[in-house]
Design a protein around this ligand. Structure first.
Ligand code: DC
Length: 224
């Protein structure tokens, strides 16, 4: 029989989890990947590691040409749950207020996104992977069979971030966290290249009143 339209083959060995700042994506994705015995790919960590390099190089966030050139001499890899920037473990250096302040702006540069996406897609195409970030189900791997989008109220997200030990002491008040969250969400949603959106065919989960385990179990109930 002749096929009349191009059919996209869904990959049931790729799970994507997208959502705004502080919604619990990383924690959920990490637990889920362990339960499924899949690789966990924290795509935001890659933008953070690259932002660290921009910061250390003393390049201003609006110096697009210099930032784009930097991608050509950058190598980002994951190993043993750690992220390596040019061979150095930077896992403990990328979750700071300084990085929070610049990462969304750097992630809005199309050439930077292209650089990241090519590496991310390569990892995803091997399958057995949980991709977590902002554009996993829309741009990195839209053909994933299981796509999830997590949401929560801004207050709930800010409280979670304040209680996150990785961020402890890095923000002085809840108001400061809310301001940072709103600013980043706004940049992530309004950029031209692969903005934060609910992916077509995804399942939206409001996590405001759910525990991490409840979210993980809900996701597993769709996958199994
Ligand atoms: O998930 P996170 O807070 O660690 O992500 C840091 C930033 O990276 C986020 O503000 C926007 C950007 N990002 C992105 O643009 N696309 C992704 N797939 C993941 C993160």
């Amino acid at each position: 029989m002749k096929k009349t339209r191009k059919e996209t083959k869904m990959n049931d060995k790729v799970v994507t989890i997208d959502g705004p700042v502080g919604v619990g994506k990383s924690t959920v994705a990490k637990i889920l990947s362990k339960k499924l015995n899949y690789t966990y790919l924290d795509t935001g960590a890659m933008y953070r590691a690259f932002s660290l390099k921009v910061l250390k190089a003393g390049i201003k966030v609006d110096d697009i040409d210099k930032i784009v050139s930097l991608t050509e001499v950058t190598n980002i890899e994951f190993s043993g749950g750690k992220i390596f920037l040019d061979g150095r473990d930077v896992s403990d250096l990328i979750r700071t207020k300084e990085i929070d302040d610049i990462v969304s702006q750097i992630a809005s540069i199309p050439e930077v996104r292209r650089f990241m996406r090519s590496a991310q897609r390569q990892i995803a195409s091997k399958g057995y992977v949980v991709l977590e970030g902002r554009d996993c189900g829309t741009a990195i791997y839209p053909e994933a069979k299981y796509k999830f989008f997590l949401t929560a109220s801004v207050e709930a997200r800010a409280k979670r971030r304040m209680n996150d030990e990785k961020y402890s002491g890095k923000y002085s008040s809840l108001e400061e966290v809310i301001e940072s969250i709103n600013k980043r969400d706004q940049i992530d949603m309004s950029r031209d290249d692969s903005p934060l959106r609910v992916p077509e065919g995804s399942i939206v989960i409001d996590t405001t009143n759910l525990s991490i385990d409840e979210v993980v179990n809900l996701i597993l109930s769709y996958i199994k």
